[in-house]
Design a protein around this ligand. Structure first.
Ligand SMILES: Cc1cc2nc3c(=O)[nH]c(=O)nc-3n(C[C@H](O)[C@H](O)[C@H](O)COP(=O)(O)O)c2cc1C
Length: 370
C-alpha cells in the first residue's frame, strides 16, 4: 500500500496519510451535551496515528439533536468540553474537524426539551430516535410528524450554524464539516421527496439547495477558505429519503461547490445506508460521479477495506478514505492498515451510548507499537 500512506495537503494542513476517522455518533457526552473525559480518551486514542479526525455529529441547537447524549456546539460549556478534546488530539499530532449537524425531522421531542421537531415540510421519517425513558434507559422512539419551518425560521437556523462555527473556532477545531448526509436537515431540504415548499427554499433544485448554500456562506464567512467541508450521501435512503433525480440534484451541488475553496467534499458510497450495507441501484450517485464534477479534494466513505481504499485513490475518484466501524474497534487503524495487521471486529451493541465498554477499551494491536 503506497497511496493511502502518502502525504496530502487538506486545506492548509499537511497530513502524513489518507486514512480519516469518519464522523461517528457515540452518545457519550456528559450533562448538557458536553464532551467530557471519556470523549477526550476516545479521540486521543484515535489521534495516535496522526491524520484527520472528524467529530461526532454535533448539534447547533437543542432542536438539532436526534440521539440522547450526542454533543452540541451552542453553549460555552460545550465549547470548553470540545477544547479539551481538541488539545488532546493536537498533542498527538492529528487534526480534527467538527461535524456540524441539525437533525430536522429526525429529532425527537424527548431530546429537544419538548420543542417540536422542524423540517422543510410536515412529512414524517419512519426511522427511530434514541431517547432516555423514565427509568433512565436508552430506548428507541418513533419519530413524529415535524412542523414545517416558516421562512424566517430557516434564516434563524442559518444563524445557529454561524454561531456554532464561531464557537468551533474559539474551541480550536482545525475546521468544520457540514453534515449534509444521512437524511438530516440539509438533505431534507435538498431532496424533492422531503421538500414540498413553495417559497424560495423549495421547488427547483436551486431553491432546494438554498438553505445549504446560505449556511455554507455563513460558515465560510467565519472560517475563511480551506477550513470548511461538506458531507453528502447522494444515494443514501436513511431517514426515509428519496429524490426523483439524484444525478441532477447532486450534480448541481457538486458543480456549485467548485465556487467554494472547501477543505474537502466527503461522499458516502451508495453501498451504505446510514450504518448498514444496502443493495446498489442503477441510479446511484458515487464518489466517482461526484469527483468528475467537483474539482477539489474528495474523501470517500462507506464499506472500505485497506485494499479498496488504495484502489479508489489509485483510480483517482477520491483523495482520502474515511473509515467508521473499523475505526471504532481499531483505535490504531492507520497503523494496522499500513502494516497489514489483523483487525479487531466491532460490537454493534456498544455503538450507541453507555460507558467505556466498546468505546475506549479496544486495545491497540501490540505489534503496532513495537
Ligand atoms: C455508530 C455509528 C455512528 C455514526 N454516526 C455518524 C455521524 O454522526 N455522522 C455521519 O455523518 N455519519 C455517521 N455514521 C456513518 C459513518 O460515518 C460511515 O459513513 C458509515 O459507518 C460507513 O462507513 P464504514 O463502512 O467505514 O463503517 C455513523 C456510523 C456508525 C457505525
Amino acid at each position: 500500500m503506497n497511496r493511502l500512506f502518502s502525504g496530502i495537503k487538506v486545506g492548509p494542513f499537511e497530513l502524513a496519510h489518507r486514512v480519516v476517522l469518519a464522523p461517528l455518533t457515540r452518545m457519550r457526552t456528559e450533562e448538557g451535551n458536553v464532551p467530557g473525559d471519556l470523549m477526550v480518551d476516545y479521540y486521543t486514542q484515535r489521534a495516535s496515528s496522526g491524520g484527520l479526525l472528524i467529530s461526532d455529529a454535533t448539534a447547533v441547537s437543542p432542536l438539532g439533536i436526534a440521539y440522547v447524549d450526542a454533543p452540541g456546539i451552542y453553549t460555552e460549556e460545550q465549547m470548553r468540553g470540545w477544547k479539551r478534546v481538541i488539545d488532546a488530539v493536537h498533542s498527538k499530532g492529528a487534526r480534527i474537524f467538527l461535524q456540524m449537524w441539525h437533525a430536522g425531522r429526525q429529532a425527537h421531542p424527548g431530546n429537544t426539551g419538548g420543542h417540536w421537531p422542524v423540517a422543510p415540510s410536515a412529512l414524517r421519517s419512519f426511522e427511530h430516535a434514541a431517547i432516555r425513558d423514565e427509568k433512565g434507559d436508552i430506548v428507541e422512539a418513533q419519530l413524529v410528524v415535524p412542523r414545517a419551518l416558516d421562512t424566517e425560521e430557516i434564516r434563524a437556523i442559518v444563524e445557529q450554524f454561524r454561531h456554532g462555527a464561531e464557537l468551533a473556532k474559539q474551541a480550536g477545531f482545525d475546521g468544520v464539516e457540514l453534515h449534509g448526509a444521512n437524511g438530516y436537515l440539509f438533505e431534507q431540504f435538498l431532496l424533492d421527496g422531503t421538500n414540498k415548499r413553495n417559497d424560495e427554499y423549495g421547488g427547483t433544485v436551486t431553491n432546494r439547495a438554498r438553505f445549504l448554500f446560505d449556511t455554507l456562506d455563513a460558515v465560510v464567512s467565519v472560517w475563511g477558505p480551506g477550513r470548511v467541508a461538506l458531507r453528502l450521501s447522494p444515494s443514501g435512503t436513511y431517514g426515509t429519503m428519496s429524490d426523483s433525480d439524484p444525478h441532477a440534484t447532486f450534480g448541481y451541488v457538486a458543480q456549485r461547490l467548485n465556487d467554494y475553496a472547501l477543505a474537502y467534499l466527503h461522499v458516502i458510497e451508495p453501498r451504505i445506508r446510514g450504518i448498514v450495507e444496502q443493495a446498489t441501484r442503477e441510479t446511484d450517485v458515487t464518489s466517482k460521479d461526484m469527483s468528475r464534477i467537483y474539482r477539489g479534494t474528495v474523501i470517500a466513505a462507506g464499506g472500505f477495506t485497506g485494499e479498496s481504499a488504495e484502489q479508489i485513490i489509485a483510480d483517482g475518484h477520491a483523495d482520502l478514505v474515511a473509515f467508521g466501524r473499523m475505526f471504532i474497534s481499531n483505535p490504531d487503524l492507520p497503523h494496522r492498515l499500513r502494516k497489514g495487521l489483523p483487525l479487531t471486529p466491532y460490537d454493534r451493541s456498544t455503538f450507541y451510548g453507555g460507558d467505556r465498554r466498546g468505546y475506549t477499551d479496544y486495545a491497540p494491536n501490540p505489534l503496532t507499537t513495537a
